[in-house]
Write a protein that binds this ligand. Structure first.
Ligand code: FES
Length: 85
């Protein structure tokens, strides 16, 4: 098992916040195991991805981008990565 934490970035720009980024970050922060194995970061809007909220919320896990990120999908993906560390 590696000591390196999984980096999770959640866009907290206006469009993503409006489309559930706050609930998503809360869901991540409320999971003990995720706290233990991951670093959760807030990131500003990345204009190149934004597209007037059609892709919101935007999440990046390590270097992989997730668009229209639903909490259940992100949690599942994060747990999968924790299992593989
Ligand atoms: S507000 Fe999140 S990508 Fe623009």
């Amino acid at each position: 098992m590696s000591d390196k934490k999984i980096d999770i970035f959640v866009c907290m720009g206006t469009n993503c916040t409006f489309r559930g980024a706050s609930q998503l970050i809360e869901a991540l922060r409320s999971e003990k195991k995720i706290q233990e194995y991951c670093s959760i970061h807030e990131m500003p809007c990345s204009d190149s991805v934004c597209d007037h909220s059609r892709r919101s919320p935007v999440v990046k896990i390590d270097d992989e981008l997730f668009l229209q990120a639903k909490p259940e999908v992100i949690l599942e993906e994060v747990y999968k990565r924790i299992k593989n560390t």
